[in-house]
Ligand binder design. Structure first.
Ligand code: KG4
Ligand code: ZN
Length: 364
């Protein structure tokens, strides 16, 4: 079965062709047009600009996805499109476009929850072209559906600019949010702390890069930031206090030192604080709910420290660890195509005429 995925929930315009045959998941194409540069001067996504760009880019992105996948729309078996959560104006562009295609080519269409897409991103095989060329024979360009199913129930930590959620996955379509942030999302914390440190947007990659710099040996700073809610029994998170702690710390330290002298140390400690809380709570939750695997997804899942520390902690607990290939950590349409397929296969739930957009769509 060939699935066309379309994603426009925020500031990435994406189209992808995915094939699922004999239990094997294969990516035929995965095209993403990012608007990061366009929104960077505003320090965040501007909804009206995002929608305008989607209108402009979607036909080009689709054309390229079909060309790379060497495929015609006539032969696609299912169209999967993000219907929420996200920015209403952006979602409307994608769903209207997808519905027009489905109508014109008489294809079934399914609306996908963006978060379900992020969960599915863990199961997507790598398309890393460099790897493929170097290692043509041994590199697997597919993953096996049955293997993934056998590792359910799973616990997925979704961490992005808008989400920090612990999701218990008992089965496809059966999700339970067992923990979430009470205020800022983890990505939002990275972005806000980066702004305090005078680093660029998006803040996560900027903090990661800054933290990786060798510490200034001459300046022996002992910095300790709080690990909010690390020891609480519940599985919720809170990052607003950490951001405030960074604000006060930087205000105090810059009375003595130039910001450029303390930036690396603060970035490093802030990153470690966020990762410590995320890893500890996720592993505690997996133990409590006796899951077989831990999954990670969302924009923040690109963070190397988080990937490494969560992997170590999961494996120490005897759990299989999944994380998306780096190419699928940002918003993409391959994950939407796979989530669409999984739901279609399970429920045969197909909406032919109208896909309802829901900016606050919940999982489950
Ligand atoms: O999932 P995403 O691309 O968009 C949504 O928010 O839905 O996530 C973007 C978030 C931003 O807050 C960004 O700072 C964060 O993911 N992020 C990172 C890294 N790369 C992106 N945070 C930490 N480390 C990274 N390497
Ligand atoms: Zn996302």
């Amino acid at each position: 079965m060939k699935i066309l995925g379309i994603e426009t929930s925020c500031d990435e315009t994406a189209a992808s062709l995915l094939e699922v045959k004999n239990n094997k998941i294969k990516i035929l194409s995965n095209v993403i047009s990012s608007q990061v540069k366009l929104h960077a001067p505003y320090g965040g996504v501007v909804p009206s600009l995002a929608a305008r760009e989607h209108v402009k880019n979607l036909p080009k992105v689709l054309k390229l996805a079909l060309k790379i996948g060497n495929y015609k729309l006539e032969n696609v078996d299912l169209v999967a499109v993000t219907r929420g959560p996200g920015l209403v104006s952006s979602l409307l562009v994608g769903t209207t476009f997808a519905q027009a295609l489905a109508w014109k080519y008489k294809k079934p269409i399914i609306g996908v929850n963006h978060l379900e897409g992020h969960i599915a991103s863990n199961w997507l095989p790598s398309q890393n072209l460099k790897l493929k060329i170097q290692n043509l024979k041994s590199q697997k360009n597919y993953s096996l559906l049955t293997t993934h199913y056998s590792l359910l129930p799973a616990l997925c930590l979704i961490v992005s600019g808008g989400h920090t959620e612990l999701i218990l996955i008992n089965d496809i379509g059966k999700y339970k949010v067992i923990g979430q942030t009470l205020d800022d999302a983890a990505g939002e914390a990275f972005d806000k702390i980066a702004r305090i440190l005078g680093l660029g947007y998006p803040g996560g990659p900027a903090i990661e890069k800054e933290a990786a710099k060798v510490l200034n040996k001459k300046l022996r700073l002992k910095i300790k930031l709080p690990r909010p809610m690390l020891k609480t029994k519940n599985l919720d998170f809170s990052f607003a206090g950490l951001k405030t702690a960074v604000l006060y710390l930087v205000r105090d330290l810059t009375k003595t030192y130039a910001l450029s002298k303390i930036r690396t140390a603060v970035a490093q400690e802030a990153q470690q604080a966020i990762v410590d809380v995320l890893v500890t709570k996720t592993v505690n939750a997996a133990r409590e709910y006796k899951t077989k695997s831990i999954m990670l997804s969302g924009g923040v899942s690109a963070n190397k420290l988080l990937r490494q520390e969560l992997k170590t902690a999961a494996e120490k607990t005897g759990l299989k660890f999944y994380r998306p290939e780096l190419e699928y950590t940002t918003d993409n349409a391959a994950m939407i195509a796979l989530a669409g397929f999984l739901n279609y296969q399970k429920n045969k739930k197909v909406t032919e005429k109208s896909i309802k957009v829901d900016a606050n769509l919940k999982l489950g």
